[in-house]
Ligand binder design. Structure first.
Ligand code: TYD
Length: 210
């Protein structure tokens, strides 16, 4: 059985998860925990190779089911090589995107069958679910505007999707939040970075350290 703490971060593009993650790590380490941070799709060499195929803006011919299966394949490899070892060694593990991204983006966003995605997620993870998921909620247009303002961030194939796809993704996240209120905590990501980091830290602290 796993001994660590498994936390995922989810949200629409431009919600600022990645920035928040970086600021969260030192605060969590100060609680005396060993913290590991990783991301999907990617996190290990094979999955990073898959990531570059998925996100390449030139891959306009990619079929929606192909896209789903590539995310799922990357997830499996990342689970085996990174997630399980980190949890087995008792780490506090923070993962930037996991199973809920497939439901929100490929399910609600692309319109693929949710039950099939749930099954594939279960197959890829052997049923492992995060202990806690922080969902960073932001208005879609505000999220996309943040990406446009961030000169350091490359625009990938998913960012280029139309506004209505991003709207459906957010609807998907809100549906997951509704369905799994125990696991998923909503964080208002429209606030300042300091406030969002504080809210994320508090959610983790209250759940595991209080
Ligand atoms: P990334 O650069 O990690 O986005 P962000 O910094 O916003 O988290 O790119 C990942 C993209 O892949 C993002 O648009 C969400 C998408 N994605 C899916 O569509 N399905 C998935 O299962 C995962 C893990 C990500």
């Amino acid at each position: 059985m796993t001994q660590g703490i498994f936390i995922t971060l989810e949200g629409p593009d431009g919600a600022g998860k990645t920035t928040v993650l970086q600021e969260l790590v030192p605060r969590l380490e100060a609680l005396g925990k060993q913290v590991t941070m990783t991301r999907e799709p990617g996190g290990v060499a094979i999955a990073e190779d898959i990531r570059s195929v998925i996100l390449n803006p030139q891959n306009t011919a990619m079929d929606d089911k192909t896209e789903l299966l590539l995310y799922i394949a990357a997830r499996r490899q990342h689970l085996k090589e990174r997630i399980l070892p980190a949890l087995e060694s008792g780490q506090l593990l923070l993962v930037d995107r996991f199973i809920d991204s497939s439901v929100a983006y490929q399910g609600f966003g692309r319109g693929l069958d949710i039950a099939a995605i749930d099954w594939l997620n279960h197959y890829a993870t052997d049923g492992l679910k995060p202990d806690l998921t922080l969902y960073f909620d932001i208005d879609v247009e505000e999220g996309l505007a943040r990406i446009a303002r961030n000169a350091d961030r490359d625009v990938d194939r998913l960012d280029m999707e139309a506004l209505d796809m991003h709207e459906r993704v957010r609807t998907g996240y809100l549906a997951i939040l509704d369905k799994e209120a125990e696991r998923v905590v909503k964080i208002d990501a429209s606030k300042s970075v300091e406030e969002v980091v504080e809210a994320a830290f508090t959610a983790i602290y209250d759940r595991f350290f209080k």
